[in-house]
Design a binder for this molecule. Structure first.
Ligand code: C2E
Ligand code: MG
Ligand code: MG
Ligand code: MG
Length: 282
């Protein structure tokens, strides 16, 4: 028996866990305060109609201005926000901020564009998501047609019945419902046909290797045909090159979002580049 060795290695392991947990708790506490401290911010990435070279919408993407770590991307904190349930108040803040922004742009007389917001499964589980969203739209005075809510297939699967019911209610008052990262989940065709949705967003992984990879162009082609047959709008995300844009346009998929056009921008830069000017963006 080597009690000492296993004992000390256990202790070592235990200590390491404590340090990690301490870091997690610190991060979690900071996230709790982020909302109250005004450290959350929406960035806006344009969605372009490539056939007319005009802007038709924008996706609002969350950023965290951490006091010591600087700008933190959602990939580093959304999962934690979902686990802790913080995504509910944070998600509500995102919807409200997006609606306030729509209102401000309206008041400045800019041509209307649809603003897309990402939702997590947890937000549907709070039971009154529909009332929350409708309440915000009414209170701020924004038309539901100017809001699009994005959810991934995998998020829908987490609580299918309640989520689809709520999506139906949201869609019924005129909000656009969209499936994000489409093609990476597990929905069957029959399942998709019964979802209350207006649009699909082709996942960027299928766009990024277009041309150089036949499998991905086959998948992109299939999704484009699928959207057409189901009469759904289609957005290609992660468009980074002219070649990818031309490939999509040649298949009549014209709505695009990606670094080829622009990265997500701070609101002022987005506004001056895409709303205050009537110029061409390409
Ligand atoms: P998403 O909704 O699929 O958003 C698209 C992501 O792709 C964004 O990353 C965007 O910056 C990035 N992207 C856009 N164009 C390109 C491109 O051409 N190439 C590449 N490589 N990437 C591109 P971001 O902003 O880091 O957000 C990551 C994810 O975090 C989002 O993926 C979304 O799932 C989640 N997220 C962001 N904001 C929110 C939010 O307010 N609520 C919730 N629940 N999730 C959010
Ligand atoms: Mg999205
Ligand atoms: Mg996506
Ligand atoms: Mg995503």
């Amino acid at each position: 028996q080597s009690k000492t060795v296993s004992g000390s290695s256990y202790q070592f392991y235990h200590l390491a866990m404590d340090i990690r947990t301490f870091e997690n708790v610190k991060f979690e506490n900071a996230l709790y305060k982020a909302l109250d401290h005004g450290e959350l911010e929406l960035y806006f990435q344009p969605q372009i109609d490539y056939s007319t070279r005009s802007i038709i919408g924008t996706e609002a993407l969350l950023r965290w201005n951490h006091s010591t770590e600087g700008l933190i991307s959602p990939d580093r904190f959304i999962a934690l926000a979902e686990e802790t349930g913080l995504i509910v108040p944070i998600g509500e803040w995102v919807i409200r901020s997006a609606c306030n922004q729509i209102k401000k742009w309206q008041e400045k007389g800019y041509p209307p564009i649809v603003v897309s917001v990402n939702l997590s499964a947890r937000q549907f589980e709070q039971n009154n998501l529909f009332q929350t969203v409708k309440g915000i739209l009414d209170e701020v005075g924004v038309s539901p047609e100017l809001l699009c809510l994005e959810i991934t297939e995998n998020q829908i699967i987490k609580n299918t019945e309640l989520t689809i019911q709520t999506m139906k209610e949201l869609q019924a008052i005129g909000i656009n419902m969209s499936i994000d990262d489409f093609g990476t989940g597990y929905s069957s065709l029959g399942y998709l046909k019964n979802l209350p949705i207006n649009a699909l967003k082709i996942d960027k992984s299928f766009i990024q290797e277009l041309k150089s990879n036949d499998d991905n162009s086959a998948i992109a082609n299939t999704i484009i045909t699928l959207a057409k047959n189901l009469d759904l709008d289609l957005v290609a995300e992660g468009v980074e090159t002219l070649e990818q844009a031309e490939f999509l346009a040649s298949r009549e998929c014209y709505i695009m979002q990606g670094y080829y056009f622009n990265v997500p921008l701070k609101v002022n830069e987005f506004e001056s580049t895409y709303l205050a000017t009537k110029g061409e963006f390409l």
